[in-house]
Structure formats: C-alpha cells, structure tokens
Design a protein around this ligand. Structure first.
Ligand code: SAH
Length: 257
C-alpha cells in the first residue's frame, strides 16, 4: 500500500512557529523533502538522514519541479510516510497546488497541513498589521517574480494601486524598482509607506523602512536580499509607532531607513 504525502507548512522560520501537527509529522516521517525556506534553525533540527533537499542546488540551479513531483510519488509508492516541508504555508506561492494535483493524478493520498505564512507573519513581526481599521480593510498578496516566459505582466499594478488596500509582495526584492515605478506611474502617493522585512523570524531578521519613492535606495544601501517581504500601504508606518515596545526581532535601532 502506498504511503501518504503530507504537504506541510513550516511557518516563516522560527521553529516555535511550527504547528503542533507539523512537529509531530516531522518526527513520524520517513523522509522529509524540503527547500531552504524553512530556514537553517528548523532544518538543522531534522535528522540529516531523513532530509532530502529539493531546493537550490550548489551550482545555483533549482531542482526542477518535475523531479520533486516524481520523487514524491516514488517515495509514497514505496510505502513511505513523506513530509513535503515548505516555507510558510504550502498553498501560498509554494507550488503546493501543483504537487497536490500531481499526487491526485497518481492516486496518492495526501494531506494539507497549513503553516503560518510569511505574507502575514512577515509584516506582523515588524509590527505591521496587514489590515488596520484606520488605514485599510483589504490586502492583496502578489508575486514580484513572475514567470519569465510570460510576455506580459499578469499583475495589474495600476488596478492594485486603485484598491487603496495594503499590497504585500512576495519574491519581490529583485523587481522592487519595477513595481514601485509602476505604482507611482499609476498615481499612487510617492509618500506611501513601504517596509521590507528580510528573513522574518530568523535570528538575523532585518527591516528596511521608506516610501514608494525611497525604498529602492533603502534596499540598496542596506543590501537587503531574498527572502524578504515588501509591504506597501499606510499600515507600513505602524512599525515606527510601535517599535519601541515591540519585542519581536532585533533592536529597532538597527532598522535601515
Ligand atoms: N509559502 C511561503 C512563500 C513562498 S514564496 C509562505 O507562505 O510564506 C517565497 C517568498 O516568500 C520569498 O521570496 C519571500 O518573499 C517570502 N518569505 C518566505 N519566508 C520568509 C521569511 N522568513 N522572511 C521574509 N520573507 C519570506
């Protein structure tokens, strides 16, 4: 009989943000397929002999998704209990949907185990609520890194600007100049607060604060790199009002501004 595949969210990186269920499944699994996003602390806590890295390889090449799909089926068909561990939540820009479909096509039982997504917790640990009665009652989650084979941007940045809601960009460090420019040309206020949260909940978390006009410079001066979340909207200014008392992460005096 085939084993079950658990599509498990690890949360943003702090091992204490794993769910109780994820923790149990990690202990019970025969094999854990993961990439780098769960972070060094969490990955270090899983015995090396049951871990398989399907993220970026030494040469900087990504493991093809087809390989991961095939490997999941192969391990399950061999009767193993498999955890597919993904950063944050498996169904938020994590290709969990593709894997679920592939497993179903091959008749493999699977279970989705939600995780704390960096899209909400990333801003949160910086003291930034993605919604706030005084600023916004809607939030959009978008990818900054689109499929390079697509001709046109699938994201209508002007329409997002029009919503007046919070915009949370994942995979959005590299393309920051592109989409801040698009939002500005769509008429968004250049003074709109923007925050970058790098390696949220990891021991070396860093935060950059600016506006739609200044944030690219903040990124460049501080050398902010992926993984990071970009938060755009009035809520991003909340950090400066609460940080003196906020106990998440390093000293707010280290903010890049
Ligand atoms: N499934 C994940 C997202 C995967 S896409 C989730 O729900 O969180 C990868 C992107 O997630 C990264 O480029 C970055 O934008 C974001 N991300 C994931 N973990 C992060 C972290 N600890 N800190 C900041 N951003 C993170």
């Amino acid at each position: 009989m085939s084993g079950t595949v658990y599509l498990v969210g690890s949360g943003p990186g702090d091992p204490e943000l794993l769910t109780v269920k994820a923790q149990r499944l990690l202990e019970e699994a025969d094999v854990v397929l993961h990439d780098k996003l769960p972070g060094p602390e969490l990955l270090g806590s899983i015995p090396a002999d049951k871990r398989e890295d399907v993220g970026k390889r030494a040469g900087g090449e990504w493991t093809p998704q087809e390989y991961t799909n095939r490997r999941l089926v192969e391990l399950a068909e061999a009767g193993h209990t498999v955890v597919r561990l993904k950063g944050g939540d498996p169904f938020v820009f994590g290709r969990g949907g593709e894997e679920a479909e592939h497993l179903a096509e091959h008749g493999i039982d699977f279970e989705y185990v939600p995780g704390v997504t960096s899209a909400i917790a990333g801003p949160g640990v910086a003291g930034i609520p993605v919604t706030h009665r005084d600023h916004t009652s809607s939030v959009s989650f978008v990818t900054g890194h689109e499929d390079p084979t697509k001709d046109e941007s699938a994201i209508d940045w002007a329409a997002l600007a029009d919503t007046g809601g919070t915009i949370v960009v994942l995979m959005g460090v590299g393309k920051l100049p592109m989409y801040t420019a698009e939002l500005l040309s769509a008429g968004m206020d250049p003074e709109t607060p923007v925050a970058l949260v790098e390696r949220a909940t990891w021991p070396d978390q860093r935060i950059g604060l600016g506006t739609l006009e200044t944030i690219v410079e903040v990124r460049d001066d501080a050398g902010i790199e992926p993984p990071a979340i970009t938060v755009i909207g009035g809520v991003a200014a909340t950090r400066s009002r609460v940080r003196a008392f906020l106990k998440n992460g390093p000293d707010p005096g280290d903010d890049a501004e």
